[in-house]
Design a protein around this ligand. Structure first.
Ligand SMILES: Cc1cc2nc3c(=O)[nH]c(=O)nc-3n(C[C@H](O)[C@H](O)[C@H](O)COP(=O)(O)OP(=O)(O)OC[C@H]3O[C@@H](n4cnc5c(N)ncnc54)[C@H](O)[C@@H]3O)c2cc1C
Length: 520
């Protein structure tokens, strides 16, 4: 993916695109990928970087959602479990099978969760990840060596998927580009154009790098703005009532020693009636999440103190050594674009199903849903768009479409495993210039070649793009990320042809942003 070429295509395109997608998160990139793979002419515009919104800030689970089963939403769970299986099939370098243990401290928990998790696995049919099992106290401790032993009776283990959200997104964007889509980051859509009948027939975007205007006519415009989708809808009609009730969820990240056994903990009932996970991820431990209604979405949401205390307290109840603020390496926050419902008492009761909404202007908005279900959501959305706008009918091929980087044994690439087949090219960069193989920081497994790769082939434009989403340094260890920033900036400046003043301003901007991910 080359940004200059993408911009050129967007500026030079004279006729109407078949589909213009607004928003470069899981939903928008998924829609662009689906539409391009069918053979439609597609442009996607993202206001910031791909994945800057919620799609880099998830709990990193490719799952059916045990909680939704408890809420009785069997069809959502079955659909998500099928998508979980398809995603592992199409992106095996990024989706792995993870054991989750529900520790039991009460006599009734083993039979209760044992049966529930059997049903969960049964619903996945031929897309199963493994049978659940009841564990003795010793077996539970072998998988969770740091768990609180007082009163521990045993546990139940089940299996679900885990992934690197921002990396999958970048690989999906690359797949969409390979299928012919043009995708542009740092290009906010600032207006929607309308025809003589009032129907939306295109967008006006702003290229933030060249300060040029991009006018893109479209047969259909799809709004995948996530938590910001109402602001996009109001570009066409300022009086529209909101579709989305935003709610934020926080995650605290700790060292890997918190969960040394390789299994995750699932707490099925927190004091606020939700589930909480502690998950091993990239050598660290991610704990979350919360569900806190907020008034307005923002691109850099901040955690509330009560959310931090809640996560620390809940996790500490299950661990021998309580977790404190001083243990936190990073805190990150995502905003759920939940679809409003008149009678829901809280945002945690709102449905996680996706919604495709068509405004009187013909603007199609797709929102809600889950990362896991991006493919099915995109298929549904493009089917709707094709029908509505009389696009020639074309079948959806994404059920069996490999995602860029597809590799069945990527673990052999060690710290470069998440790149799948691209790891070989990154290794080539290191062979050509061995200094690029040196780690950028002793605490994290990232090297200079990854910065070069991100700039040349993944449209990374800023230090934040590289350290937050092309690598996950900021999410794993914010302090280490700040310390890596000068070297990342120097490499990026070399690749992008920027001067020292740019380098300094990038380091300063990143330091400011990353300090929001630190607690102490
Ligand atoms: C705390 C939390 C944990 C989660 N955990 C999981 C999980 O473990 N597994 C799972 O399956 N799902 C999970 N989800 C759900 C999942 O992350 C979301 O459903 C998904 O990421 C939403 O993607 P999106 O593309 O709709 O929104 P976003 O990722 O927010 O993308 C919307 C994009 O639109 C862009 N945009 C907005 N306005 C404009 C404009 N005018 N012009 C151009 N671009 C614009 C934004 O910059 C943004 O990048 C979680 C959600 C949260 C909040």
């Amino acid at each position: 993916m080359n940004r200059a070429e993408m911009l050129e295509r967007a500026l030079a395109h004279r006729e109407a695109w078949d589909v213009v997608v607004i928003g470069g998160g899981a939903t928008g990139v998924g829609v662009a990928l689906d539409a391009a793979a069918r053979g439609y002419d597609v442009l996607l515009l993202e206001q910031c970087d791909f994945g800057k919104g919620t799609s880099s800030r998830s709990t990193k689970l490719v799952h059916g959602g045990v909680r939704y089963l408890e809420q009785g939403n069997v069809s959502l769970v079955m659909e998500a479990l099928k998508e979980r299986g398809l995603l592992r099939q199409n992106a095996p370098h990024l989706v792995s099978n993870l054991a989750f243990v529900v520790p039991n401290y009460e006599w009734w928990e083993a039979p209760f969760y044992g049966v529930g998790l059997k049903v969960y696995n049964l619903l996945s049919g031929r897309y199963g990840f493994g049978d659940s099992e009841i564990l003795s106290k010793e077996e539970t401790l072998a998988r969770l060596p740091t768990i609180r032993t007082e009163g521990l009776r045993g546990g139940v283990v089940y299996y679900d998927g885990q992934f690197d959200d921002a990396r999958l997104l970048v690989n999906m964007a690359a797949t969409a580009a390979e299928q012919g889509a043009a995708l542009l980051n740092y290009a906010p859509v600032e207006a929607l154009t309308r025809d003589g009948h009032g129907f939306v027939n295109g967008v006006v975007a702003h290229d933030l790098e060249s300060d040029r205007e991009i006018k893109a006519a479209a047969r259909v415009v799809i709004n995948a703005g996530g938590p910001f989708c109402d602001a996009v809808r109001r570009l066409a009609d300022p009086g529209l009532p909101p579709l989305v009730a935003p709610s934020q969820g926080i995650h605290l990240v700790f060292d890997g020693e918190v969960l040394p056994g390789g299994a995750a903990i699932m707490v099925p009932h927190t004091s606020d009636g939700r589930v909480m996970f502690a998950i091993p991820w990239h050598g660290h431990t991610v704990v979350g999440t919360t569900d806190t209604p907020i008034e307005e979405p923002s691109l850099e949401p901040r955690p509330f103190d009560r959310e931090i205390e809640f996560v620390l307290e809940t996790a500490s109840r299950y661990l021998r050594r309580p977790l404190t603020r001083a243990d936190v390496r990073s805190v990150f926050v995502g905003i759920r674009p939940l679809v409003r419902s008149g009678d829901a008492a809280s945002t945690s009761a709102l449905s996680r199903d996706h919604v495709i909404h068509i405004d009187p202007t013909g603007l199609i908005t797709i929102t809600g849903g889950k990362w896991t279900t991006w493919r099915g959501m995109a298929e549904h959305c493009v089917n709707t768009a094709a029908m509505l706008e009389h696009l020639p009918e074309k079948p959806c091929p994404t059920r069996t479409l490999n995602i860029h980087g597809f590799h069945r044994h990527a673990e052999r690439f060690g710290p470069l495993a998440v790149y799948g087949s691209d790891a070989l090219h990154i290794q080539d960069l290191i062979h050509a210039e061995p200094a690029l193989g040196e780690p950028l920081h002793a605490a994290l497994p990232y090297c200079g070649a990854e910065v070069v790769w991100a700039a040349r082939f993944e449209m990374a434009r800023t230090v934040e793009d590289v350290l937050a989403r092309r690598t996950r340094a900021l999410f794993l260890d914010a302090r280490a990320a700040i310390e890596m920033a000068p070297r990342a900036a120097a490499l990026l400046a070399r690749e992008l042809g920027r001067d020292e003043a740019w380098e300094r301003s990038q380091v300063e901007a990143f330091r400011k942003l990353a300090s929001g991910y630190l607690l102490a």
